[in-house]
Design a protein around this ligand. Sequence first.
Ligand SMILES: [Zn+2]
Length: 376
Amino acid sequence: MSVRVLSRLVGLVWLCLHAGGVAGAIERVTVDPAPLQLEEPQRFGTDPTKAWMPKSAIDAPRAPTYVVRADAGDDEPLPAFELVPGTWMLFGNIAEVDPNNRGFNGNAGFVVTEEGVVVIDALGTPKLGWRLIATIRSKTDKPIRWLIVTHAHPDHFYGAVAFADLPGVHIVAHEGTEGYVRSERIERSVAYRKAFIPEDMGADARGRFQAVIPDLRLGGPRYGWLELHVGEETFRIYNTGTHHSHGDLVIHQKRANIAWVSDLAFNGRVTFMGDGHTREMLENLDWLTRELGDVRLMVPGHGGAQRPPFPMVAKTRAYIEALRAKMAAAIEDDLDLQEAVDQADLPEWRDVPLYELNHRLNANFVYRELEQELFE
Ligand SMILES: [Zn+2]
C-alpha cells in the first residue's frame, strides 16, 4: 500500500482502507427537502459588473469577484493558483451564495504528489465538485487519492459527492460530519442553496442532492492527529474540536510547510458563528500560533493565503474578543437578547466585508453562548 496512515488519536474510526479502495464504497445520503420560500433577495452576493481576479492568491489585496457561468460544463476547469510547485488553491468569492457565484464562496486546494493527489475541501455544490475534479485533471493525470473535508458547512463540503464517484478515493473528515449528514439540520441548508441554484445541487439521476459519509472519521481528544503519507508529502490532520462547526480539522502539509486552517481564521471578511464555540475558537487560535506559527503559508477557508506573521489570525481573534466583551457587558447590564444585539455594533469592523450580513447574527450567537457558559 502506497499510503501510510499514522495516528495519535483515541476513538479513531476507520473503514475500508484497502489500497486502491473500492469504487462506490463511500456511502451517500440523499437529502431531498421541501422547497424553501425566501423572503428577501440576496444583498451580499457577487456583482458581475465588478469581475476581478488577483494575480496571486498569496497576500492578495482582496478575494476574486468571479462569476460562475450557469451554462459552464461539469468538465470545465475553474481558475486555480499555484501556491508552491504542485500545491494549488481555488480562491472563492467573498459573498453569500447567489446565482452569480453559484456557491463558489469558499476556498479549496489540492496537492499533487508522486503517488497521487490529495484534495482539501470540495467546494459548495456537486457541480462545483465535478468542476474541481476537472481543474485537477487540467493540471495532472495522477489519480485522486484523498479528499480531506475540513468541516461540513456547505461551502466546503457539498461538492464531496463528486469525489465519491471516483474509484479508489477515500474521504476524511471529523466524526461530527457524519452526525450532521444524518441529522435534520442538513435539510434546511440544502433547501437554502437549492433556492438559488437548484440545477447545481443535483447529484443523483433524479436531480436530488446527495451528501457523503466520510469513510475515515477523526474523533477523540482535541488536537489529536492523524498523518497521511502520500508520495513525498505528509499531511498531519488535527482534530480541532468544534470551534466553528460540528467538527473541524486543520491540516499541516509538512514538506511544503503550509497550514490549511479552514474557518479557524478568516481573511478579508467577518467570520460567521452559527454552530461552533467562540471560547474554543480563541483557544484554537492560540494553539495555531503555538503549534503552526512557523509555517510558510496559511490558507484559510475564505480569503487569500497569507505569509507570516499571519495578520488574519490576530484579526479574527480581535473580532471575537471584542464581540465577547461587548456581549458579556450587555449580560452584566441585564440587557435582554434583543437589546444586547441592538447595541452590539463594533464600528472598527463596519468596513470589513460581510459585517452587515453576519455581525448581528454573531452577536446573537455569542450572547446565548455566554449565557450558557454562566451555567457551566
Ligand atoms: Zn466556510
